[in-house]
Design a binder for this molecule. Structure first.
Ligand code: THU
Length: 143
């Protein structure tokens, strides 16, 4: 569903405010994300870094994991907006694309914003030919 300018700005403000909660002492790059639920609720996330670097979690994944922990399901998640600081709105990293593909519909919109840019993609565009399989087909028969 396409969004009005007010709806986009509403979600953008949530994503920007979420970036203020980031724990990013190593990159100094605070990122925020805001998921709009189909019922109008918003769940936010921020990047959380770690001294071992590789354990760092991006804002998008924090938002999705928080939403699940709060009881939301994939079917509730409509769209997500990311806020990155500086002049460029960045696209989600590869790990986040795979996680977005797990919980959002292929045609869902993913937006990225900064102070001056707004970029948008479909989940299927960010991760074409996503890895997915039918887990039932791989279950061993009970003997
Ligand atoms: N980061 C995000 O949170 N989301 C993105 O889409 C790109 C990168 C974080 C990871 C790391 O904490 C910092 O930004 C620099 O890469």
């Amino acid at each position: 569903m396409s969004k009005t300018i007010e709806q986009v700005e509403f979600l953008r403000q949530h994503a920007k405010r979420a970036s203020e909660k980031a724990y990013a002492p190593y990159s100094q790059f605070p990122v925020g994300a805001a998921i709009l639920m189909r019922n109008g609720d918003v769940v936010i996330g921020c990047n959380v870094e770690n001294v071992s670097y590789g354990l760092s979690n991006c804002a998008e994944r924090t938002a999705i994991f928080s939403a699940l922990a709060q009881g939301y399901e994939a079917k509730d998640m409509e769209t997500v907006m990311v806020y990155t600081p500086g002049p460029k709105a960045y696209a989600p990293c590869g790990a986040c694309r795979q996680v977005l593909a797990e919980f959002f519909k292929a045609e869902s919109t993913v937006s990225s914003t900064c102070d001056g840019q707004l970029r948008q993609w479909r989940v299927a565009e960010l991760l074409p030919d996503a890895f997915e399989f039918d887990i039932e087909a791989y279950r061993k028969p009970v003997s």
